[in-house]
Design a protein around this ligand. Structure first.
Ligand code: C2E
Ligand code: MG
Ligand code: MG
Ligand code: MG
Length: 281
């Protein structure tokens, strides 16, 4: 029946978002030690302009190189970092690594928009506007090339701090994106008060939307709302041609998902990009 369908549909989707789950693979002290030992690494997933099909950016997605268990997805360590007092160190490491990568790409004439996921709890711990400006200057990277993603569920928290910090970040020239839209409960009032440039519709509403009426309703209205508020619309979780076609029909600006490419290590992303460019001409 319908309820069972929803439960399995959403549960399997949410589970699939974390490459490997199971927090028990890692504990707090291993996390602390691993941050120092370089176990944190970033994979990059392409984002494509839906009109021109040009690769316009990438999202940086955290991975953990575990000595015994291999490569772990964010489910194994992001919640752990957020629950511990390591969220500041973790976020700093992610930012440092992403901006360092941007500098390397810039030296190769590869200028991409790079989206970085930020835990909202780090907003009150770190001086993010200052930290971001520092790394940008140090690595000679333009602030406007960086997009910060904050999930919709986290936008609801501590509005005063959130608004203040995000506005300061915006004034430094960075772009702001509201991630996983549709899964949270941000009030529309909040949505228009925070200067978001981009709205990312959660993959659970994008993938399979053409055959799921409820997902489609959320997808349609979120895209329309974002457009009305002047935001760029990103469809995440585009897994096949039907997902792509439906997102295009709604006028989404950017698509991201397995239909285009998986998240990849920097060197794999570079060769993927080269192959794609050479196939084009
Ligand atoms: P997110 O920011 O919504 O990232 C998108 C997730 O969807 C990624 O999972 C990505 O691999 C996955 N994905 C991409 N295309 C598809 C598709 O076509 N179908 C499906 N089913 N999934 C797709 P990943 O890498 O496991 O990350 C999960 C979540 O972990 C992210 O969700 C984000 O909230 C969090 N995360 C990842 N990296 C970081 C980080 O550096 N810092 C923080 N704070 N959170 C992070
Ligand atoms: Mg994200
Ligand atoms: Mg999502
Ligand atoms: Mg997302």
């Amino acid at each position: 029946d319908a309820l069972t369908y929803y439960l399995t549909h959403y549960q399997s989707y949410f589970r699939s978002r974390h490459t490997v789950s199971g927090g028990s693979l890692l504990n707090t002290s291993e996390l602390r030690q691993g941050l120092n030992d370089g176990h944190l690494t970033l994979f990059y997933q392409p984002q494509v302009d839906m009109k021109t099909e040009a690769v316009v950016g990438v999202e940086a997605l955290a991975r953990w190189k575990h000595p015994q268990h291999g490569l772990l997805g964010p489910g194994a360590f992001v919640p752990l970092a957020e629950e511990s007092n390591l969220v500041g160190d973790f976020t700093t490491a992610v930012i440092a690594q992403a901006i360092d990568q941007m500098q390397k790409w810039k030296q190769k004439q590869l200028n991409l928009q790079v989206a970085i996921n930020i835990s909202s709890s780090s907003i009150s711990i770190l001086d993010l506007p200052h930290l971001l400006e520092h790394y940008c200057q140090h690595h000679k990277v333009e602030a406007s090339r960086i997009t910060l993603e904050i999930t919709e569920t986290q936008v609801g928290q501590d509005m005063v701090t959130m608004l203040e910090v995000l506005t300061r970040i915006k004034l430094k020239g960075l772009c702001l994106s509201i991630d996983d839209f549709g899964t949270g409960y941000s009030s529309l009032e909040r949505l228009q008060r925070i200067p978001f440039d981009e709205l990312k519709i959660d993959g659970s509403f994008v993938h399979g939307s053409y055959r799921d009426q409820a997902a489609r309703a959320i997808f349609d209205s979120s895209a329309a709302l974002g457009k009305q508020l002047g935001m760029s619309i990103v469809a995440e979780g585009v897994e096949n041609q039907d997902d792509w076609d439906y997102a295009a029909k709604l006028g989404c600006d950017i698509a991201q998902g397995f239909f285009i490419a998986q998240p990849m290590a920097p060197e794999d992303f570079e060769s993927w990009l080269q192959r794609r460019e050479s196939e084009k001409d």
